[in-house]
Design a protein around this ligand. Structure first.
Ligand code: FES
Length: 114
């Protein structure tokens, strides 16, 4: 059976929205990279950077499983950290995240954006 599609909307620092569609089981980082959204993901999901940082909007943040301790440790190093920050490589799409909106941070430790 084909995996369900999940709509994911990225909002950049200037407020521009990019609507994308991913599949259940893909990470936010996978979806961003497949659609040329400006998330670096320097360590390719091995939790050794924080350049995949995204800020999850309500009400989707509360639907996510809690982050592992390693994710929290990496997030502490993220630029522009917010209450609802997560690492994009650690959040996997599920059907109840359909329509999720993600704010991109104003920069990361390697690049300052817009
Ligand atoms: S890509 Fe490096 S921690 Fe997510």
């Amino acid at each position: 059976m084909a995996k369900a599609s999940v709509k994911v909307i990225f909002i950049d620092a200037k407020g521009r929205r990019t609507e994308t569609v991913g599949k259940v089981g893909e990470s936010i980082l996978d979806v961003a990279q497949a659609h040329d959204v400006n998330i670096e993901g320097a360590c390719e999901g091995s939790m050794a950077c924080s350049t995949c940082h995204v800020i999850v909007q309500d009400p989707w943040f509360d639907r996510l499983p809690d982050p592992k301790e390693e994710e929290e440790d990496m997030l502490d190093l993220a630029f522009d950290l917010q209450e609802t920050s997560r690492l994009g490589c650690q959040v996997l799409l599920t059907e109840d995240l359909d329509g999720m909106e993600l704010q991109l941070p104003r920069g990361n430790r390697n690049v300052l954006l817009g």
